[in-house]
Design a protein around this ligand. Sequence first.
Ligand SMILES: Nc1nc2c(c(=O)[nH]1)N[C@H]1C(S)=C(S)[C@@H](COP(=O)(O)OP(=O)(O)OC[C@H]3O[C@@H](n4cnc5c(N)ncnc54)[C@H](O)[C@@H]3O)O[C@H]1N2
Ligand code: MOO
Length: 405
Amino acid sequence: MEPLIRFDDAFTRIRTHMPNWGFETVPAEEAYGRIAASDVEAEMDVPPFSRSMMDGYAVMAEDLSRGTTLQVISTVAAGQPAKSTIEKGQAVRVMTGAPVPENAAGVVRDEWCQVLDEARIEVLRTVFVGESIQSKGDDGKPGQKLVAQGTRFTELDVAVLKAFGVTQVSVYRMPSAALIITGTELVEDVTDELQFGQIYGTNDALLKGALESDGICVGLVEYVQDDAEKLTNAVKRASDAHDLVIVTGGVSVGDFDFTPSAIEGAGSTVHIRKVLMRPGSPFVFATAESTALFGLSGNPGACFAQFSVLVRPAIRLALGLNDAPFPHSGILSHDISLKPIKHTRVQRAKVYVESGQLLVDCQLSQSSGVISSFVSTDAYVRLDDSTLKNGTVVPLRFVRNLPGC
Ligand SMILES: Nc1nc2c(c(=O)[nH]1)N[C@H]1C(S)=C(S)[C@@H](COP(=O)(O)OP(=O)(O)OC[C@H]3O[C@@H](n4cnc5c(N)ncnc54)[C@H](O)[C@@H]3O)O[C@H]1N2
Ligand code: MOO
């Protein structure tokens, strides 16, 4: 294996080796956040019967003209059976949502009728055929495609499924994830007081939140000291029990950086060991049967960059979603002049909309060891050149929604 590979080659290699986690069937009403494994089709006509869109009078085609006097033969409320037919000169009083007689050509709304007495009305305005009637199947017919494969179901989709009588859907099985956080200096519980040399671990908060917001259940968060044997055992246990294992810390070359050997020692095949990206060049990707294992940098700044532009899009693609490391683009709002390097830079950026354009400002702290600039980070921006002019279009990946989204 080459020791150091380019960013795009790394992403291709991850995609190639990502496991397939299979499919399952779930009740449609529980499909929120799940991803459709196949197209979903309508199972019935919607509406299932022709219905009135207004409170008014259902009449035949011959009786739609202004000045017609009609005999009101019955009243039908929503939920009641329709009066099956009407005759010329007759009207059925219908409420919004009520079934209309089979041969009704239109509904004249209340406001366009004069009630003459208890049983008679006069049409005050001529209406067209079809007025205020929604025909059976107007919204959709059985077999019609409702939701495409690869859609992450939202409430919009689930509501449509329910309307069309869909009871079950086939979805991608979500992986169960484990997070292993290494570093003897790390304190897991923020209510514990720090001793000299210790810091609060933040990568579990970053990754748990990000995975759960993608609908992936994090079944294990385990802090492990910088101890080769303990780490190898923890990685092995996690990879036996989970589909996705992410280890943070200990991926570089220090005396206590045991993550690469622990991942390998857990019986996996290592596909990537280092990527030409900055931050985040120490990066491990391995697979063990249907488990994907990632070793990410301990530095939160590098860890979240690696997760966002390599791990997350690869997981989403494995789950049938359409994704890429940098699916969007924006316009640089300033010049950039950095030291020339061979690496692909992945920079934190603030993104804002001005005159309908997405403007990108990378003038935040980019240090791997700095976490505070995360609060101003809307997106990661890809920079393959070290010198760029204000106005250049740059690829980006959002890590939070812009206000209003
Ligand atoms: N001689 C070299 N040293 C380093 C290299 C190198 O190529 N040669 N690479 C540097 C780069 S780039 C990075 S990135 C880091 C990667 O380090 P590790 O993944 O081995 O991470 P650690 O050493 O465990 O920690 C780095 C830093 O981050 C803090 N940390 C670790 N885990 C957490 C956590 N969960 N929450 C908050 N902070 C965490 C840790 O205390 C360290 O300060 O290696 C460079 N070194
Ligand atoms: O990958 Mo390390 O930052 O990239 O500091």
